[in-house]
Design a protein. Structure first.
Length: 130
């Protein structure tokens, strides 16, 4: 697999379209941190790390509203393996005028756009969620 973050976002998107309660994907520290940010921002319900016969896995509990609408309207992979996108702290984009969240990989770890602006650090712009 050449793009694990892109694969993670696609699995979440496909599971939401199929109205699944949970989605399971191969685990890594980066994917776990991105999932924790999505949980903290209210886009997914839970994150659990486990193991199966093929290795370590992440199980994400998806979130829906009372009328069965997705909590995540859309997700977009910004920096790809073929074209990395790096931004300084002054150039971090505001997703949907602040209604969404951009996730960055910085020298201080994986952060949201608001956290990175507050700390004054830039980095690789991984994805945008709204």
């Amino acid at each position: 697999m050449t793009d694990p973050i892109g694969d993670m976002l696609t699995r979440i998107r496909n599971a939401m379209m199929a109205r699944k309660e949970n989605v399971t994907l191969p685990a890594s520290n980066l994917k776990e941190r991105v999932a924790e940010i999505l949980r903290d921002e209210g886009y997914i319900q839970s994150v659990a790390r486990g193991a199966d016969d093929q290795g370590s896995t992440l199980t994400l509990g998806l979130r829906y509203s009372q009328d069965n609408q997705h909590a995540i309207q859309s997700m977009r992979r910004v920096s790809r393996p073929g074209q990395r996108i790096y931004v300084g702290h002054t150039a971090i984009p505001r997703v949907r005028s602040g209604l969404g969240v951009a996730i960055l990989s910085t020298s201080r770890g994986v952060l949201t756009d608001r956290q990175a602006r507050k700390l004054g650090v830039g980095g690789e712009l991984l994805c945008e969620v709204w």
